[in-house]
Write a protein that binds this ligand. Structure first.
Ligand code: AHR
Length: 339
């Protein structure tokens, strides 16, 4: 690891009174207090700007990264939670640059608005790994990206629906659909929406009544579903761009006195496949879930170790993912789920 001297080095050396400090990181706590930490020179220092904790998926993703990038594994992780705000992520990246971390891992909340700060990281010689979501920037500004193929997920959901409707003898019927979208401009939102739409365009009898932003949260998902139920009497399908919004949608549907799932009158499709989504499928509330695997930690660890060894890594790396529906042995699969 390169020797790093953050902006707090002078202060830290004074505090240390000349002790053998080899690498020092300064962390700013949420209270604005400066916290000076001595970091073993053998550790790879990684600044990780996480989006927030908007969903079960996000919490599993955070846990996976924290469990992989440990001191035992040779890392010193500086974790910053942006609380769903891009400005906080930009601030975090700038603080990582000031601290001269070895690598920056960024999960960008939306795809746009990253050019300036990622250019700053490049100018400082700090490799940036984009994780989970993409940034719409020149590809020279990041080393690689690890995440989900959201457009394929959306397409799979559309193909699953076509097959389900055909088996139910409803392939000629008018099908009215609404979508609870994830945060507007996020890779997972853009990909899932586009992928589903490509299939929708092939079915003249499918109509997208409306798509509304549910921000990937359960509360917003419920609120948006309440609005849609009040506006449209005849919804056949709800595409929820993540599990937490699906949980909110199910609550709204129940409260409106309607039914959903395989035995209900509204088909619910979701993305992520967290444990609670298995519970919802087992309970008969959700029809099918398209997996988005949050367990990025081990792959990130591998990427960082390869870069540290001077190796090149694939620019685009997808997680392995599948789908689940109520025709499967969900109880057994649920037992094997790590999140
Ligand atoms: O970017 C991945 C998405 O972000 C997950 O589907 C969602 O649950 C999360 O908030």
């Amino acid at each position: 690891m390169r020797i790093k001297r953050g902006i707090a080095v002078g202060a830290a050396l004074l505090l240390c009174g000349g002790c053998a400090v080899t690498n020092i990181q300064e962390k700013e706590s949420h209270t604005g207090m400066q916290e000076i930490t001595e970091v073993d020179e053998s550790l790879i220092v990684v600044g990780f700007s996480q989006i927030g904790s908007e969903s079960d998926w996000r919490n599993a993703h955070t846990r996976s990264v924290k469990e992989a990038l440990t001191e035992e594994n040779g890392f010193y992780l500086i974790f910053e939670d942006a609380q769903q705000k891009q400005e906080n992520q930009i601030k975090a990246v700038r603080s990582f640059i000031l601290q001269e971390v070895d690598y920056i891992v960024l999960a960008p909340i939306v795809e746009t608005g990253w050019d300036a700060v990622l250019q700053e990281a490049k100018d400082a010689g700090i490799p940036v790994i984009l994780d989970d979501r993409l940034a719409d920037v020149d590809e020279e500004l990041y080393t690689c990206w690890l995440g989900t193929n959201a457009e394929r997920e959306g397409g799979d959901a559309g193909l699953w629906l076509a097959d389900y409707l055909e088996k139910a003898g409803r392939d000629e019927e008018k099908i009215r659909i609404v979508t609870l979208q994830g945060t507007t401009g996020a890779t997972a939102q853009i990909g899932r929406t586009n992928g589903f739409h490509k299939v929708l365009e092939q079915h003249d009898n499918w109509e997208m009544l409306e798509m509304m932003d549910g921000d990937f949260t359960q509360a917003k998902g419920q609120e948006v579903m309440e609005t849609l139920l009040a506006k449209y009497e005849d919804i056949d399908v709800v595409v929820c761009e993540n599990d937490n919004m699906a949980f909110g949608a199910v609550d709204a549907i129940r409260e409106a006195g309607r039914t959903c799932g395989p035995d209900g009158d509204i088909i619910i499709l979701s993305f992520d496949a967290v444990k609670a989504a298995f519970d919802a499928m087992i309970a008969g509330d959700i029809n099918a879930v398209f997996e988005c695997n949050p367990l990025h930690g081990p792959k990130l660890e591998k990427i960082l170790n390869s870069l540290e060894a001077g190796e090149t890594v694939d620019k685009i790396q997808y997680m392995e993912e599948t789908y689940f529906d109520t025709t499967m042995d969900l109880e057994s699969i649920r037992e094997t789920r790590a999140y």
